[in-house]
Design a protein around this ligand. Sequence first.
Ligand code: RIB
Length: 291
Amino acid sequence: MKVLNYGSLNIDNVYSVEHFVRGGETLSSSKMEIFSGGKGLNQSIALSKSGVEVWHAGAVGESDGEFLLRQLEEAGVNVSLVAHTAGKTGHAIIQRDMEGQNCILLYGGANQEITKEQVDQAMSHFEEGDFLVLQNEINEIGYIMEKAHEKGMKIVLNPSPMDEKIGTYPLEYVDYFLLNEIEAGDICKENGSGEELIRKLSQKFPGAKIVLTLGGDGSMYKDGEEILTQPIYKVPVVDTTAAGDTFTGFFIGGLMRGENPKEALDHAAKAAAIAVSRAGAAPSIPDRSEL
Ligand code: RIB
């Protein structure tokens, strides 16, 4: 069994600031760093480091995205399904404040140039029972879900960053949702406590298993009537970027390796805690042996 992660690859330009820049303000940053990132790339690295076979599909620009592919390869990810486009690789401008919190501005670039032909070609390498992992930073997500459903692949959706396109995807095909409270509230079109939201989502998508992340309050998992809760592991925060991606990769990787949901949640929470204690997106993701 293997996993196809069809997702974004970004160059993360990270600026250390005292506070996030406000409208009309000009602000100096004390440091500027460049990391590999993108929710797709981060999740592929986390999946691979959790111990499963990962193929990443997506797109980078012709001349500026090679280091992202090398980073994936170093983590053991198969990059033969990543296309090269004439334009620029996607990038993110990330402000990181003194508490390690961030705000992110995205430029999609090559991530938004996926073609149906590329999808068909990528899908030919997978079969029933393989996993498909998706976030919301590339185009053609609805089409990718249709093709994966036709094949009988298990579909995992992390609907992040949330936007109006999510409602146009065939969400009834999703086997696993991994999402935060804001994303869950947007999909359910109501607010509520974590438990209310997870119940609402599971009424809306009775066939899906749901992992709801609650920031400092940990996470919840619901499958049928069973609800599991998982606290966070508290650590000094350096940079929260990619903590959610690390959690997603280790949770799904754990399940694929035969862990039960409780074990997979615990390992995902440990991996995410290590990631927030280090700088950067992909470079902060731990190896399984570090858990
Ligand atoms: O989840 C973190 C990621 O979001 C960053 O690496 C950035 O590229 C954006 O996609």
